[in-house]
Design a binder for this molecule. Structure first.
Ligand code: TYC
Length: 84
């Protein structure tokens, strides 16, 4: 079986909570409640799982999309993907 990957978001001091929650809604298809729970969890713990498991290609695309949205708005949000 091919390996599967989860996308992980890292906390930072600059990216607005609203932007993280909106990325969790639009890129990772979480509900509003879950998106905010994940956002607060990352804010408090330093990192957290945004979504998955995905194929490597999907995980890579969602990781790039996440950082691309933040970067376009001038924020340093970091995402990475890890084998499950
Ligand atoms: N710590 C950020 C703030 O206080 C919010 C944040 C949450 C940033 C999650 C990144 O992955 C993140 N505005």
């Amino acid at each position: 079986r091919p390996p599967l990957y989860k996308v992980v978001l890292l906390n930072d001091d600059y990216t607005p909570m609203e932007l993280v929650a909106s990325i969790l809604l639009t890129v990772f298809h979480h509900s509003d409640t879950t998106a905010w729970e994940i956002t607060m969890d990352i804010h408090e713990k330093g990192r957290g799982v945004a979504g998955g498991p995905y194929s490597k290609e999907v995980a890579e695309t969602k990781t790039e999309k996440t950082m691309g949205i933040a970067k376009a708005l001038g924020y340093p949000l970091l995402a990475t993907f890890e084998e499950e």
